[in-house]
Design a protein around this ligand. Structure first.
Ligand SMILES: C[S@@+](CC[C@H](N)C(=O)[O-])C[C@H]1O[C@@H](n2cnc3c(N)ncnc32)[C@H](O)[C@@H]1O
Length: 254
């Protein structure tokens, strides 16, 4: 089964209380103010790998003009539905980040909470960064996070239990880390329980590429970006001794 297929229906519930999207949007907004020094709201934001649209919807509420893309049709369906309920104007499209095609230029692009880690090799970087370059205005910002190779806990095990009304979701997590390839394989086994009965059971496998800061710097430089800022305590990620996730603010060169 494709990742985020059935998972899309329980994604928000599983992350409830685990991630603080509001605080994350504060963080993004402070960088927009600081580095774009612009009071020309609405700034145009592209949210790459937007998932169920939490950042996109919150940023739209704050007055930004937001477009979200995601490769998962099911995640985009959730985002569209939520935007309708929230009565915001954010637009959403099913699109692969390695083949960006929007008839717009943006002031800022985001790739938050793991979307960037789905790029696996040089070919992926090339396709992604060429598209990004094309869709960002000169000196536009790219804000993203990556998984830090030195912060990965090998053979991680955990579980989550979330409840809402008559719905319960249990997720059993395990991962293995192929250090040679910098490849983190995450396995999430999900049980959906309704009115006390198991209604569904499925397994999500996510393959995530990890990096070190110097590799990220090299990739950014190669594709026409300058590193502006890094933050090693990203809101909403667990924080082992070395930061697991690192947030980067980069700027497209003139
Ligand atoms: C962990 S979710 C993060 C979603 C959202 N940014 C958030 O913070 O909640 C990662 C998202 O990246 C998307 N994704 C993975 N590969 C992608 C690709 N090649 N192009 C676009 N989106 C992708 C997935 O479908 C998923 O919705």
């Amino acid at each position: 089964m494709r990742p985020y297929h059935k998972y899309s229906k329980v994604y928000d519930l599983l992350l409830k209380g685990e991630r603080n999207y509001d605080a994350d949007c504060d963080f993004i907004e402070s960088d927009l103010t600081r580095f774009l020094r612009s009071d020309l709201k609405p700034l145009r934001i592209l949210d790459i790998g937007c998932g169920t649209g939490e950042h996109a919807i919150m940023l739209s509420r704050r007055g930004y003009q937001v477009t979200g893309i995601d490769v998962s049709k099911e995640m985009i369906e959730q985002a569209v539905q939520k935007a309708k309920v929230a009565r915001v104007r954010a637009e959403f499209f099913v699109q692969d980040m390695r083949r960006l095609k929007l008839n717009q230029v943006f002031d800022c692009a985001l790739s938050i909470f793991g979307s960037f880690t789905r790029l696996m090799d040089e070919g992926d970087y090339k396709r992604f960064y060429e598209g990004l370059h094309h869709h960002l205005r000169s000196r536009g910002l790219f804000i993203f996070d990556f998984i830090n190779t030195d912060g990965v806990i090998p053979n991680y095990r955990d579980w989550k239990f979330k409840k809402k009304g008559n719905l319960t979701v249990i997720r059993l997590d395990s991962s293995d880390f192929q250090r040679q390839e910098n490849l983190l394989n995450e396995r999430h086994e999900c049980f959906i329980i309704k009115n006390g009965k198991i209604e569904d059971h499925f397994i999500e496998i996510h393959k995530l590429k990890t990096h070190r800061m110097r590799e990220i710097k090299g990739i950014l430089e190669a594709y026409g970006f300058n590193l502006v800022k890094t933050v090693s305590e990203v809101v909403g990620y667990s924080k082992p001794k070395e930061s697991f996730a690192i947030r980067v603010v980069a700027r497209k060169r003139d």
